[in-house]
Design a protein around this ligand. Sequence first.
Ligand code: NDP
Length: 488
Amino acid sequence: MHEIIKLNMLINGREVDSPHQLEVRDPGKLTDVVGTVAMGSASNVHDAVCAAHAAFQSWRLMPVHERVQSLMAGAAAMEEVSTQLATTLVREQGMLLRETQRDVNNGIKSLREMGSIAEDFLQAEQFEDEDSLVRVEKAPRGVIAAIVPWNAPMGLTMGKVGPALAAGNTLVVKPSAFAPLAVSQALKLLAGFFPPGTINVVHGDADVGSALTHHPLVRQISFTGGTKTGKAVMAAAAESIKNINLELGGNDPAIILDDADPALVVPELIKGIFPRSGQVCYAVKRVYVPARIMPSFFDALCAAVDQYQVGHGLNPLSTFAPMNNHKQYDYVLGLIAQCRQAGAIVRELGSRLEPDNWNNGLYVQPTVIKDVAPTAELVVAEQFGPAIPLVAYDTEEQALQMANDTEYGLASSIWTSDPNRGLALSSRLEAGVTFVNSHARTPLGERHMPFGGAKQSGIGRVRTPIGLAEYVEYHAISLNKKNCQPQT
Ligand code: NDP
């Protein structure tokens, strides 16, 4: 038996309860209540924003190295409880333990990455001639509203906390109602290393998110979530000309070229399609395969996918976890049914590890679909789940045209045995990120690739100094030397 977790909000360094509690259930065992969180209101949002605004007045003046020390100490404290956080995440969010461990580690890495680059990056640039002195400062902006989704909540939240605080801003964070527990626990732990009001946490749903995005004292909204919600966030930001970073949805294409070896491609490709049961913003969402090799490619892919063992995220035998919420579960099953009705070939694969628990969780078998029209909803929309369509093509130009024929532009990948061909075609894909012969960052990529979307997949980038730059206001200062008294 697990203890039921009960969490309050955190406003100005104080725990705040609420008459409204949200119950969080285990997506892999729906009869289990994992915890409850105190749900916030517009009034809690107002208090939190005012607390963050007050804290900003002194936090912004704190020397950068002291801000960085707090961030690094917070990261170390988070590391000490990382297994506990990852276990809570499995139970509220549904993913495999190794996936949630990775998410927690990514969160810790984000804090440390920003801690390690902030001091250099935030230095002012100075220019001088005989008439004047010009200084370009990287100033903080003020209160940042951080709104996060449920699918990789720790990495995504800390990806906002790290740069925001290092740059001297303060925060109000709204975790997702579908995975609020571990994020809220981690934020409260971190908050202990900062002055009261620097980090505030208000739990809630869309109403709380909306109250935050409309609050006039919020200077920047850092939002990760669906494109439809991103549009509402952008409209709210317009009211008081807030800065925005939007990390939104994707419909990421993978193009298999005719010179690719399926035996090499398939094992890597499935690592790009199915982690977190397909609930990854930049997961491969559609695969373009040369018509000539489609039959053998389909068979090879199905054979590999059939190895997955679908079960609870804490079951050590599971290699494939349930979906997070009923809405996504129904949506993905509906997309699969649509394909079947339209005459596509649908293979539901993998084995069911816990047959008795199957209907007590949001389990969906990994599904590979071919003979699907390029215009099918599964191909053109963001499915965000474990069903992958294979679309046949005849020429490279046709594949590129289909890959780019979307309003999304998050990630993409090209698979080929010729690196030059892969690199040349990469530049023609409309995306924030393109991988060749993988669909994931290498260690070098982790250090140097800014991440974000083109077109309607977002505005702005995270990670690297480019990501830190999103949280600063360039303040250009000019001193006219001519009227100055000579210094004695
Ligand atoms: P949603 O857009 O539904 O929600 C994201 C967050 O916004 C949640 O905290 C949600 O609250 C909140 N929210 C909902 N409505 C509003 C509103 N009107 N104003 C302000 N906040 C609001 O996305 P999901 O949580 O379902 O996440 C999945 C989506 O996120 C996918 O489209 C995925 O691609 C995208 N994503 C993008 C990433 C990227 O880096 N580009 C990374 C990860 C995910 P609540 O849900 O609690 O009600």
